[in-house]
Design a protein around this ligand. Structure first.
Ligand code: UGA
Length: 441
């Protein structure tokens, strides 16, 4: 008998596709399920539908083993799987700060109808605390196998851009379980990961759900903390870049996620802190995490301040000015533009009458679709041609490496705004540029 449990992964976005591919590479038989037939066809033909370094190579490898396939059929998944992972999205609900649970509920309901034998369903999506208990009940009542279906929670901490490494060798695994059997199943599923010495924390369901939102809230808080210091620096002439470096030497503080700049975006941190604050209010403990609204506020003010400084660089009015926007993705090594600070700033400037030309190494197609009002170019120097100001918004390596002399040859005026603190002000100023950054004199 094959001892390895057979896996299904419901939802093949950033999280699910990566999980399915990595598990297949690690030796498991995996079926990935998605309601989008186009995505399923692309994955089956070896194409990763989003930008993630290293993942296309791994998909090819996994497909070659014959252990991985993708389908739209929940019946097939129910029949096949011993352990089913729920990896669908929980975006912010329109008109509310709460998480939209439509996709999770639909996925679990669709799967439940096809669960005829003992199986474990494992939630990975980021959800409001209390969701797992509700879903466990849903499975018990809706699945033909009834009580023989158990639910566990296994939050995912992968970062876009590092998804493969974070999946193959995460900092830790969290198993939220209600029985020894569930824990044993999860240990079997993650045996190759655990064998590398990755620590595992076994908890109840609600603690596992909370670990995820608590982690993302902490990361967002750290970023906004240093960005709050940037605001104080701006009022005093101090330099937040030096301040952050000096703080980072204290091991208790540490330098990670203490990089000041335009702040956080993406499909996770912004909506997760809002959903957490919302859920805490529902639970009557809103005050405990009320500070998360301030974290969100600080983050939003960085975008507004960036716009103000660009306007200032343009002499008080951007109408009719040509602005080169370097970056669109919410961070480098990603084509994800969800809640991207870069595009927020670019579209605000365009709304003020500026001619904004955007270039991003990976996110052009997504940016074009979401912001047809912006202009798009073919490279950093291309969009900088005749620009009145250059604005660096996403810290791609190729932007860090731009030579100030080369850029000086194409622009109309040598003014640069470094939204991510990645250029050396001394070097740029020596080359004749007016250099501005958030929180720096
Ligand atoms: C984040 C978490 O880091 C992951 O652990 C988590 O699994 C994931 O959300 C999720 O919930 O799925 P991700 O959204 O991929 O991952 O991006 P991060 O690397 O965390 O960056 C988030 C934002 O913070 C970016 O816009 C980045 O530019 C910004 N940031 C990051 C800063 O402004 N300063 C920093 O020092 C660090």
């Amino acid at each position: 008998m094959n001892a390895l449990p057979r896996l299904t992964v419901i939802g093949t976005g950033y999280l699910g596709a990566t999980h399915a591919i990595c598990m297949a590479v690690m030796g498991y038989e995996v079926i990935g399920v998605d309601v989008d037939p186009d995505k399923v066809a692309r994955l089956n033909s070896g194409e990763v539908p989003f930008f993630e370094p290293g993942l296309p190579e791994l998909l090819a490898k996994a497909l070659e083993t014959g252990r991985l396939s993708f389908t739209t059929s929940f019946a097939e998944a129910g029949e096949f799987g011993d352990v089913h992972f729920i990896c669908v999205g929980t975006p912010q609900m329109a008109g509310s700060e709460a998480a939209d649970m439509t996709y999770v509920d639909a996925a679990v309901t669709a799967l439940a109808a096809h669960l005829h034998r003992r199986a474990l369903v494992v939630g990975k999506s980021t959800v409001p605390v209390g969701t797992a208990a509700r879903l466990a009940e849903l499975l018990r009542t809706a699945a033909p196998a009834g009580d023989r279906i158990e639910l566990a929670w296994n939050p995912e901490f992968l970062r876009e851009g590092y998804a493969v490494d974070d999946t193959m060798k995460p900092d830790r695994l969290v198993f939220g379980v209600t029985s020894a059997w569930s824990e044993e199943r999860l240990r079997a599923v993650f045996a190759p990961v655990l064998a590398q010495g990755v620590p595992v924390k076994v908890t109840d369901l609600q603690t596992a759900e909370l670990v995820k939102v608590a982690a993302n809230s902490f990361l967002a808080t750290k970023i906004s903390y240093i960005n709050a210091m940037a605001e104080v620096c701006e009022a005093t002439g101090a330099d937040v870049h030096d301040l952050a470096e000096a703080l980072a030497y204290d091991e208790r503080i540490g330098g990670k996620f203490l990089r000041p700049g335009l702040g956080f975006g993406g499909g996770c941190l912004p909506k997760d802190i809002r959903a957490f604050a919302h859920r805490a209010e529902e639970l009557g403990v809103g005050q405990a995490v009320g500070f998360l609204r301030e974290i969100d506020g600080i983050n939003g003010r960085r975008r507004a301040r960036t716009v103000d400084l660009v306007v200032e660089l343009c002499g008080g009015d951007v109408a009719g000015k040509k602005i080169a926007a370097l970056g669109a993705a919410f961070k480098p090594n990603s084509d994800d533009i969800r809640d991207a600070p870069a595009l927020d700033v670019a579209s605000t400037l365009a709304g003020m009458g500026a001619d904004v030309y955007v270039f991003d190494p990976a996110a052009m197609a997504n940016a074009r679709k979401a912001h047809p009002e912006l202009n798009y170019g073919t490279g950093a120097l291309d969009v900088a041609r005749d620009a009145d100001v250059v604005v660096l918004l996403t810290e791609w390596t190729e932007f860090r490496k731009i030579a100030p002399e080369a850029m000086a040859e194409v622009v109309r005026a040598q003014r640069i705004f470094d939204g991510r603190h990645v250029l050396d002000p001394a070097v740029w100023r020596a080359a004749g540029w007016e250099y501005k950054a958030l929180g720096r004199p």
